[in-house]
Design a protein around this ligand. Structure first.
Ligand SMILES: [Zn+2]
Ligand SMILES: [Zn+2]
Length: 233
């Protein structure tokens, strides 16, 4: 499973990635870029950052890094799905607060917690309601009211991923298609030349150039929609 280190501008991604089960740490207050790089390298973490220069430095020195461009959390999570294949389903294995492991509580453990004063734990929880506790910070989690919001976000993210996938297929199709069209344009250009129609030939030459440019842009867009975005441009 991938592990992450986030820069300080990506704070909201932290709890979501942990909810999805990924071991995710966050830059400490005042931590230098160099420290982030070293932690990523030594702990085998992928660096996620809004800072393009930092991402490029990491890559040059052999650390996996992805530049995050979106400002909103849904956009940011969409980017890590597209570029790294992050799975957006809640796993309930990791504490969203401290990143430690969480474990499911059985009836006796729940009863013990109630006696300790955790009075929000119902006396006999419905059978389908599960509780977990963090082995590190002790925080108790359960499928409460916020759970519906988590499920909605998961669905939204899956829909967005499918839209991105369809866009990728369209781009692939258009690129293939424009290569076919380019062939015909070049042929027409030659024919016009053979007929001595220089003005027609010149216009077709422009069309070939424009089509080559368009194909280049489509290829660039496709590259950005693929895994491990190069981060260029
Ligand atoms: Zn915890
Ligand atoms: Zn066509």
């Amino acid at each position: 499973m991938m592990r992450f280190i986030l820069d300080r501008m990506l704070g909201r991604m932290r709890s979501w990635l942990r909810l999805f089960g990924y071991d995710t740490i966050y830059a400490e207050e005042g931590e230098e870029d160099g420290t982030l790089f070293l932690r990523a390298k030594h702990e085998g973490r992928i660096l996620l950052s809004r800072d393009k220069a930092l991402v490029e430095r990491c890559r040059r020195r052999g650390v996996r890094a992805v530049q995050i461009r979106s400002l909103d959390i849904v956009g940011q999570l969409t980017e890590v799905m597209i570029h790294l294949g992050v799975d957006p389903s809640p796993k309930m294995i990791r504490c969203t607060l401290c990143n430690d492991q969480i474990k499911r509580l059985n009836k006796d453990e729940l009863e013990a917690l109630r006696e300790e004063g955790y009075d929000y734990i119902p006396v006999s929880p419905p059978d389908d309601r599960e509780f977990w506790q963090c082995t590190g910070c002790g925080q108790v989690f359960w499928e409460g009211g916020h759970w519906e919001n988590i499920r909605k976000t998961e669905e939204l993210l899956r829909r967005r991923y499918m839209t991105a996938e369809r866009l990728r297929h369209k781009l692939e199709h258009w690129i293939e298609h424009s290569e076919g069209h380019l062939e015909s344009y070049r042929k027409a250009m030659e024919e016009a030349g053979d007929l001595g129609l220089r003005d027609v030939q010149d216009d077709l030459k422009q069309a070939v150039q424009a089509m080559e440019d368009a194909t280049g842009w489509l290829m660039s867009a496709l590259k950005r929609l693929k895994m491990e975005d190069s981060g260029e441009g």
